[in-house]
Write a protein that binds this ligand. Structure first.
Ligand SMILES: NC(=O)c1ccc[n+]([C@@H]2O[C@H](COP(=O)([O-])OP(=O)(O)OC[C@H]3O[C@@H](n4cnc5c(N)ncnc54)[C@H](O)[C@@H]3O)[C@@H](O)[C@H]2O)c1
Length: 496
């Protein structure tokens, strides 16, 4: 066969196709590509978006739920967000370096207790996919980053997850894409850390859009903090207003449209730094107020006053008071960690954040207070901590969630063990505690029966599943760090 005839025909066809590509909606093209993969070569599928990069077009695609959304980091924040976009019929691709998570999602499973496998399966029917292949980022219109931001062993920000992710995005970046950071971090991270990497390492000399002139060689950047409250079922996720700070007005507009399609209200702020600082203010406010109430609890214990009764009475004030509650110490990925991102950054400005440091000191001391309370309660029963059998009830950092990160229970278990106690634990959410960032406990969940075998039952997390009257009835001694036994009068109970 004479191929000289076929080649020009093929080019003409491709030229027509290219014109059609520029006019068609992304969804139409993708549907066509899915059924006729031969007719649209892969390279065309990835170039359609580059040809279609004007801000208005991207905004329209977002508003029509036709934009492709890539979510990097499929953890407690990223996976629910991916499902939320998918529910709204966006085609979502999740990216994670954890092969176990990618495999589980590919099989239609879930690894987060409060997310049912059925939700993942429903998302899959809407086109949700999970992958570790970052080259697929090029096909995304918007990329949202939800990776961890812990502290390192010196209690300083560990930005390695953000920088690693940014290095992975840069080679696949294309003009007109919107990149949003959601990970909690200090003000300046988006502009000082993320953007320089994206600008330096992308292959096309693209720059972050800083003014309104879109030349076709820019990408858009915004910061939008996550505001989830794990375990709180009183506020629907979409009712939590979403703060958005774009690097330029167009980035704000695009990010506002992106979040406006799944949240009922977006709150635009003037820059990524303002959005970054907003999140820190929210968490520092909690951290400082929890420290205040923890300190007052210690005083009330000495004075023989019930702090819980005091808080309840103060809460009747219809203005100017918001209740915070004492506990065994801070836990979770956010409150014990985030404030120190700001303390660290403040040093660059020759500034000491004394409230944060004082709050940190008080909150960090709470597990030691619990240890002393258990020792003193056992002492009253003529027993020493050394050799006593202690059952820790609840290891999650707060009630009714499956999150162990920074949980005070872990510190308390370790402190009890160091003083010679024989420690067991029970938690309906954790059949086993293995190795974490700081601990390597290797403990198996005990059965919640024969409570009389323990010298002390220590309530650290007040999960709703626990039947506290029965626990008090069966135990020899109960030390309660959460006021879980409120309303139960029994000499066995020590509230601490
Ligand atoms: N969990 C919360 O309730 C909550 C609430 C508000 C804000 N935040 C913030 O959101 C961010 C994410 O928190 P989270 O609780 O979802 O964390 P997580 O540990 O549950 O999930 C993070 C995910 O990112 C993945 N990951 C790590 N490095 C990666 C990389 N280089 N590329 C791709 N994936 C990578 C991990 O494998 C993990 O699946 C943090 O900054 C946190 O402070 C969390």
């Amino acid at each position: 066969m004479d191929s000289s005839v076929e080649v020009p025909v093929c080019f003409a066809f491709l030229r027509k196709l290219r014109a059609k590509v520029a006019q068609s909606s992304v969804l139409e093209l993708e549907r066509f590509h899915a059924t006729h993969p031969r007719f649209i070569p892969e390279n065309l599928m990835t170039t359609y978006s580059a040809a279609d990069t004007s801000v208005d077009q991207l905004k329209t695609r977002i508003q029509n739920h036709q934009a492709r959304v890539g979510i990097i980091g499929l953890g407690y924040v990223g996976l629910p967000l991916a499902l939320l976009y998918s529910e709204q019929k966006f085609r979502v691709t999740g990216f994670d370096i954890d092969a176990r998570k990618v495999d589980t999602l590919a099989k239609g499973g879930s690894y987060i207790y409060r997310i049912a496998a059925e939700e993942v399966q429903a998302a899959k029917t809407n086109g949700f996919e999970a992958t570790a292949d970052f080259s697929q980022l090029t096909a995304m219109d918007a990329i949202i980053i939800c990776v961890p931001t812990p502290l390192n062993e010196y209690h300083e920000p560990d930005l390695s997850y953000i920088t690693d992710t940014t290095h992975s995005i840069a080679p696949h970046l294309r003009a007109g894409q919107l990149v949003v950071l959601e990970s909690t971090t200090y003000p300046g991270t988006t502009e000082e850390v993320m953007i320089p990497i994206l600008e330096k390492e992308n292959k096309s000399g693209l720059k972050a859009a800083r003014n309104e002139a879109f030349t076709g060689k820019e990408f858009f950047v915004a910061f939008s903090p996550e505001r989830e409250d794990p375990g709180n079922t009183t506020v629907a996720r979409r009712d939590i207003p979403k703060v958005v700070g774009g690097l330029n007005p167009q980035a704000s507009e695009l990010a506002g449209a992106l979040y406006g399609s799944i949240f009922n209200r977006t709150v635009p702020v003037s820059s990524p730094a303002v959005a970054e600082m907003t999140k820190l203010l929210e968490n520092i406010y909690r951290c400082v107020n929890i420290a205040l109430v923890n300190e007052l609890k210690l005083l009330c214990l000495r004075m023989g006053i019930d702090i819980w009764e005091v808080i309840e009475a103060a809460s009747t004030k219809p203005f100017g008071f918001h209740p915070f509650y004492p506990g065994p110490g801070l836990g979770g990925h956010c409150i014990p960690v985030d404030p120190f991102y700001l303390s660290w950054k403040a040093k660059e400005w020759d500034f000491r954040t004394r409230f944060i440091e004082l709050a940190g000191e008080i909150n960090t001391n709470m597990p030691y207070h619990v240890l002393a309370s258990v020792a003193s309660a056992l002492n009253r029963h003529k027993k020493s901590l050394n050799g006593s059998r202690v059952l820790v009830l609840g290891v999650a950092y707060k009630k009714d969630i499956d999150d162990l990160r920074e949980s005070p229970s872990l510190t308390i278990i370790e402190l009890l063990q160091k003083d010679g106690a024989q420690v067991s634990y029970h938690d309906p959410y954790f059949p086993f505690i293995g190795k974490g960032r700081k601990y390597d406990l290797q403990m198996k969940c005990a059965e919640l029966k024969d409570l009389g075998q323990y010298d002390c039952v220590l309530i650290v997390t007040d999960h709703s599943d626990y039947d506290f009257p029965t626990i008090v009835r069966e135990a020899k001694l109960v030390v309660d760090t959460r006021n879980a036994t409120r309303g139960i009068e029994n000499a066995k109970i020590v509230r601490c």
